[in-house]
Design a protein. Structure first.
Length: 365
């Protein structure tokens, strides 16, 4: 590797590391200031959260904004190189712009590969740690979404359904349980009503209490039975049977693929949020490569306004990228007007075409 390659890669990684450190400090300081009363009000210390919560929160935020930090970092250090006429001197020596871009590609591929592994296997584990304590930093109204009892329903397969009038996901206990099974003609053939349902952690199954069971006999007669307790083995954990909005981000990609497959087999059509989570794990690392070359193309020429103009342009494009990404996530999650796969890759496709156009234009100058 030539000296210039090493120089650019060091500049790339060094500037990015500084940006990551700066963002981490800003987020922690602001977050601790705003949330410390709630943390201490729930019986914890800020010191405990700095060790057991904020490292995982930082990883979540840094991965979320990583592509944008890469984009701004490349614009910053490349603009400085261009203003010092180092790029002009290099190209004037007979080397092509493509050769100059090689260390950018190497650095982007290294970073993208690392983020790809983190997204698929490490971040889900980190999210579990983060989510265990995050509820203690929330306002009461926000916390109730995760801690309060709620009416829930789920589909086990196209013929079987569960309804619970009041269920608490933290204690995995509910009241007002109803199980129904239908035949192929949509006729009710099995029903169980129970006053309570709870998860037995040791036996890994649900138990219902004070139940009344109705079955349709061979001659359509109604067969009744009742009792104090009855095991309900649904072959799924409470988290998968009654998932909340955090389930997708807590699973590694192999686990998430298995969950999506099971939900599809059950006939559950409401899996867009999980598909979005799955596809964005790969789309985001690819955006690092795209935004690296877009930033290189925009900032590798000395121009009027210099570094300030390039940074302003970079921040503006970064905002457009993030905004389009978030809007498409909402659209894909709430309706079927756009498939999750396309929604997560569309910003990359648009910015990828723009990056190729500007790069080729710059290379041919």
């Amino acid at each position: 590797m030539k000296i210039l390659d090493q120089y650019i890669i060091k500049k790339y990684l060094g500037t990015l590391a500084f940006m990551l450190l700066l963002l981490s400090i800003i987020i922690v300081v602001i977050d601790v200031q705003s949330k410390s009363p709630r943390i201490e009000g729930n019986g914890f210390t800020v010191g405990y959260f700095l060790v057991h919560f904020y490292p995982f929160l930082m990883l979540y935020y840094l991965i979320t904004f990583f592509s944008i930090l890469v984009f701004i970092s490349v614009i910053y250090f490349t603009s400085r190189i261009a203003n010092n006429t180092e790029i002009v001197a290099y190209v004037s020596s007979g080397a092509s712009f493509h050769r100059f871009a090689k260390p950018y590609l190497i650095a982007a591929l290294i970073i993208a590969s690392g983020i790809l592994v983190i997204n698929h296997f490490i971040l889900p584990w980190s999210n579990i740690k983060k989510n265990e304590l995050e509820i203690y930093t929330m306002r009461v109204a926000d916390r109730e979404k995760f801690t309060a009892n709620a009416q829930i329903s789920t589909q086990l397969n196209p013929q079987e359904y569960i309804f619970i009038n009041s269920y608490n996901r933290q204690s995995n206990r509910g009241s007002g349980y109803l199980y129904q099974k239908f035949d192929k003609n949509k006729k009710l053939i099995h029903q169980i009503n129970a006053s309570e349902i709870f998860w037995d952690e040791k036996k890994k199954n649900f138990t219902i209490s004070n139940y009344l069971e109705k079955k349709a006999g061979k001659k359509d007669e109604e067969i009744l039975s009742n009792g104090d307790n009855k095991i309900q083995d649904f072959k799924h954990s409470p988290e998968e049977l009654f998932p909340n909005e955090l389930l997708g981000q807590n699973k590694t990609t192999p686990e998430l693929l298995g969950f999506i497959k099971r939900e599809t087999e059950k006939g559950n059509g409401n899996i867009n949020n999980y598909l979005i989570e799955l596809h964005q794990r790969t789309a985001m690392p690819f955006s690092i490569i795209i935004l690296t070359f877009l930033a290189l193309s925009l900032s590798s020429q000395k121009k009027r306004g210099g570094l300030g103009m390039n940074l302003a342009l970079g921040i503006g494009l970064a905002f457009v990228f993030v905004f389009s990404f978030e809007v498409l996530k909402v659209v894909a999650a709430e309706n079927n007007s756009i498939p999750p796969l396309l929604a997560m890759w569309l910003p990359n496709l648009i910015f990828g075409v723009l990056a190729i156009y500007l790069y080729m234009k710059r290379a041919n100058q």
